[in-house]
Structure formats: structure tokens, C-alpha cells
Design a protein around this ligand. Sequence first.
Ligand code: ADP
Ligand code: ZN
Length: 746
Amino acid sequence: MKAAALTNLLDLQPDVKARQGECVPVLLPVALDQTYDYLAPPEGVPPPGSFVLVPFGPQSRIGIVWDEPRGTPAKPIDPAKLKAVTGTLDAPPLPVLSLRFAEWIAGYTLAPLGMVVRMMMSAREVFEPQKPRFGVTIVEGAAMPPRMTPARQRVLDIASDGLIRAKSSLAQEAACTTGVVDGLITAGCLVEAAIPQKRCPIPEPHHRTIELSEDQERAVMALRAAVDGGTFAVTLLDGVTGSGKTEVYYEAVARALERGRQVLIMLPEIALTSQFMGRFQDRFGCPPVEWHSALSGPERGRIWRGVATGEARVVVGARSALFLPYTDLGLIVVDEEHDGGFKQDDRVHYQARDMAVVRASLGRFSVVLASATPSIESHVNARTGRYNHVVLPGRFSGTELPEIEAIDLRREPPEKGRWLAPPLVEGITETLARGQQSLLFLNRRGYAPLTLCQKCGHRFECPQCTAWLVEHRFRKKLNCHHCGFSLPIPEKCPSCGEADKLTACGPGVERVAEEVAERFPEARIELLSSDLIPGLTEMRRVIERIERHEADIIIGTQLVAKGHHFPDLNLVGIVDGDLGLAQGADPRAGERTFQLLHQVTGRAGRAFARGRGLIQTHLPDHPVMAAIIHGDREAFLEREIAQRQAGLLPPYGRLAALIVSSRDKQAAEMIARDIAHRAPPAEQIRILGPTEAPIAIIRGRHRWRLLAKARRDIDIQNYLRAWLSRMPPIKGDVRLSVDIDPYSFL
Ligand code: ADP
Ligand code: ZN
């Protein structure tokens, strides 16, 4: 706004003039770490957390009113030149606690505050004017349309229940075009009507109660006491698969509800199945409010508002649910707390489990971390007494944990060109004969990880990444799993021109499925892989089919490892047990392999009979493998914890990765070396690298990594801030990203 126009406006409104100079610090959801001052709108300074419209550069943008200015502007701005807030949006303000939480995350992850706040604004519809949505409904007692068609009849049959539906969903349900629906409106059989706003259901703490076992009762008492304590506390709920962890933490949820508090249950995205929602409904009489990537825009808006107004009582969601504007959060449960999916690895690099603990400490309430295979970090915290440790030692059904055996591939390999060794085939045959289900696990999507020409040795590589192209036979494509590049499967070798010489090397799940179909033609097979199942909804259908025992043999990637309960599943076969162990630089490779294999084999025999797990491996004596086979978690933990301690690895030490990338190979290397040179000397901090990243190129960008390593009591963030402030501004297309507590070392 021009200064002259502003003066005129102030002259007209004397009470506004009185507040002249009143500044509002506004934070914008962009990659900046500071607030900008604006002149308050005529109605006064909006409360902190309010969403306002402000001019920013040539644009008008939505920003958040902060309670205090943050960061230092490059030069002080002449108050006469301040621009004014142009509007206050009708969205509920962010609670002040959300502002503190955002600051905490920005400080810890070194991400710009604006980018953290952006994650709190992930429901665009909230900021748009609310308009009623229209749908159609049947006109009671209307005459039949003059011309009846099968499509019209289907529409009328569906609409006969009197509900108001969106035109498009009615048409979809009736498998016709919206034109058919329009025709029925013209004919007077249907009429347009406003769709009423859906309300969030209210869970009932005592809808159904169950009789708890003694162990469960003890665990419940501990969790209830933590909720009642009304202070910050972390409890590790550590129980074998099927021990009733979910039932137990539901009691804590019920307690928080009784006390009138909101609850957040966080799950890995993939575990957000209808099975989980169904169980919640059984227990609390209504489904929870769900928050995940598959929600539509209007649903996101509705839920965001519901959380802000307090109408939403229990939210079940993926990691992003942590950033909703809870007004009175009183409990967070992080289920499958060990899961790597809680770490976000783009833009703001954060570990949602750890941030849940931070959120609880800011809000002074209780957090429950549940897992059958807790992370080493949580174990150590439980051992040192920082976390309460609540253990559920046995399965509720009384069935023992599955019996695990190794199949030593050095002694009993599969036949040439096959991937299932004889003992595994035998196991599946027996299981099938007993009418039970088998599950084969291979953490590799597609048909084969590598295609090569037998004549000239040409290997198909991604043109933009350091990676082989993976064959996806169902989709008839060669695909890069890093950038999405894809190519139709060629008939001839592009290098030597020879036809019919291209061979697939190694197995992916599709290839295992092919072998299973050949070996067991009578069996019903279900293949679970994220690239074959388009979304959460379809995924839920597949899981339901498996639960209903409409499949005999299930083949899957890690999608099958998470939280599902398949009552008739008795045998689990791990096609390649060694797959995760090879990742040399990754300090969590052993832990992750242990967790994954334990979780997958834990799907076997949960309800009735003792299950079996068969692990194909070349390394049956590897300590991780041996611990899995003997069900000796303590041995694994002892060794792993000792190693972490000796190597000053998390949680005994702190790690931070710096990743430099550029389209220009030399530029990336040069900047990485320059960064290393400028590291402030510090006795307590070691800088490793720079080295070329194991995946040296992704999407055409060359990548170099540095790793900073420090003892736990060192403030590594401070060190990094000092270090990076010594850097001149990075020019060109070179990018630097900081990853505190990295989980990926690729
Ligand atoms: P976890 O989360 O530890 O894997 P769940 O809570 O899923 O275990 O429990 C495993 C199965 O046992 C579920 O089908 C659950 O309903 C049942 N279950 C657990 N505890 C009880 C109980 N006290 N009474 C009845 N069923 C129970
Ligand atoms: Zn690629």
C-alpha cells in the first residue's frame, strides 16, 4: 500500500491512528527463518497464531501472526514504509503451543521456521472461504421419469435411501455419467440440496470394556497413572506381537477422553488399515478421525478445523498428524514406534516419534511408545530410567511365538532360476494342505532388480541416477526406484542390437509370485506391493481379502510387515533374509533387519496354532540372524547396545549429515570440500568426509556427504549453526541439506 493512501486511511479512522506504529510480526510459510513486521489491521493486532493476508514481494500471501519478532531482518525498516496486513482469515488460529512446537523443531532440525510452519498449514481448504457443497437427493413421491433406462434405474435405486450425495459420487456408484444424474434432475425425480457438514464422531470411553489378563491389567494401571499424573512422562509399552498392546493403550486413550483431553494415535502410514479403524470403532463406538495422505482436500479442511475447535477427540494418523492444531492434546500414542517411516527425509528432516515426545513435554502430558521391537534409542531410555518401561511378556491367546528356522542357502539352494529352496516349498505345501495361509516376504518391488544382455554384457542403468533399472513385468516397464524414470521393456539390446538376449537377474516380489503360481497352480495368490496397489483404499481392500482368508499364499514387500493381524496365517517365509544386512555405512542396518524379520515372522500363528518362520539366508551364523532364529532378543540388544556405546553411535552419540548436491559434479565436490575446510575446530566433534554418496547421482544431481559425529552431551546444532554461518552464500544450483539424526546414509 502506498504511504499516501495509508495516511488518508488513518485520517479517516482516529482510533486506528492511535495505534499507528503497532507492528505485527508475521511468519510466512517459506524457507525463511524470520518474521516480517506489518502494520496491524484497523481492528487491532490479531491474536498470535492468527492467519492473515499480507503483501509479500509482488504477491499476497497467507502468514501467521507470531507473538514476538523472530530472527534479525537484514536492515531495520523505516516504520513509515511498513506495509499493512490486508486481511484476517476466518480460520481458527494456531494455538500458541503450536508456535512453540514449530520453533523447537526448527531449532533442532535447522530447518527454516517457515518450512516447519508450512507443515502446520497442510489443509489448504481451511484458508479458503467456506462454501456449502451441493449434492442431489430423491424427490419423495415424484413420478417415474418419462423415459426409463437401466442407468437411470440404478441411480434412482441408490438414491431411494433419501441421502444427499455429490453428483459425481452418485454417478460413480451407479456406474454412469453425471449426465444421467442431470437428466433425472430435469425430469424432477432428483433435486439439488446442500450437503450437511459432516461432524466428527464422539468416541465413548466405556463403549465396550474387555477383561484384561493380569499382565495387561498391570500395564493399564501404569498407563492410566501416567495420564492421571497430568505431567510429561514417556512410557515404552514393550510387548511381543499379539500381546494386546493395542487393547492396553486403548485404556489410556479412554482415560484421556474421560478427562476431556484430545488424543493422537500415530501409526506408520501403511498400518492405517480398516482393521485398525474397525477395532477402534468396536472399542469406542465410532471410528476415529483419520489423518493421512489419501484424504481429499475438503476432508483435510474439515478435520483441521475439527482439531482446532476441539470437536475432533481422537485423531489416528501418519506422522503429519503431529502438526494439526490441537487445542487440548492430552495423550499421544506412537504405535510401531521403531518404524523407519516416522522419519521424514525431505524438506524438514524430522523424526516424528521423537517430535511426539517433544510435543508432549511442551504440553506437559503423557506419551506412549508401543512396539514389539522397540528402537535401540527407546530401549536405552527405558534402561536408564528416562522412560517408564512397561512389558507385556506373552501373547494374549497363549500361543507361543513362532518357531523360527534358518534355511542355509549354501547347503540347500533353490533349483537354478528359482528362488524358493526345497524346505520352504515343503512348508508351503504342508500349510496349504492344512487349509492355512502362508506369507512370503521379500523387500524388493518389481520382477528383477537388474536386466542385462547376455551377449554384450550391457546393463540397464538409469540415465539420471546411480542405479539399475528394475524390471516391472506386470506394467511391462523398466523403472528407476529413485527418480521414477521408466522405459518400456525393450526387445533388443540397445548396445549390441541382439534380440532375445536380455535376461532378468535376481528376484523381486513379482518373480517370486510367478514361481509360486507355477508351483501351486491351485492356490489363491495375493501380491502386495506398493507399486501394484494404487492407494490406501485399495490397499485396505486387499488386506481385508487376506483377513477373510480369500488368499492362500500372500507375497509381499514390507507392506505386509506392519501391524496386520491375519488369523489363519501360519507360515512366514523370508525369501532373502540377508537383504538388509549389507548396508555397511548404516549404523542401524542390524537393528532394522532384526525388527523387520521379527515383525514379519511375528505375523505367523497369532490366533490359534503356533506358527512357523523360515528364513532363507547365506549367513545363518550372523549374530543378528542367530538372535532372530533363537528368539533371543536380549542377546541382540546387548550386542547392539554395546556396539553403539563403543562407537558413540545413537543414542550415545549425535549424528548430523550434510548433503551437498548439484547437476555439476565438480561444483558439488568443491562446495563439499569447502564446507569441510570451514569446520570450526572442536575436540568433541569429528567430521567424516566429504565422500561421494553411495548413490552418487539422483535425478541428475551429483551428491556428496559429510557426517558430523559428537558425544550425546554436545550441542551439535549450535556447532552446525556456527559452522554454516562461516559459509559464503552458496551459488548456482548447488544445494545443501542438513539431516540431524539421519536414518538414511545413501
Ligand atoms: P498387539 O498390539 O500387541 O500386537 P493386540 O492388541 O492386537 O496385540 O492383540 C492381539 C489379539 O488379541 C487381538 O485380536 C486382540 O483383540 C486380542 N486381545 C488382546 N487382549 C485381549 C483381552 N484382554 N481380551 C480379549 N481379546 C484380547
Ligand atoms: Zn533414476
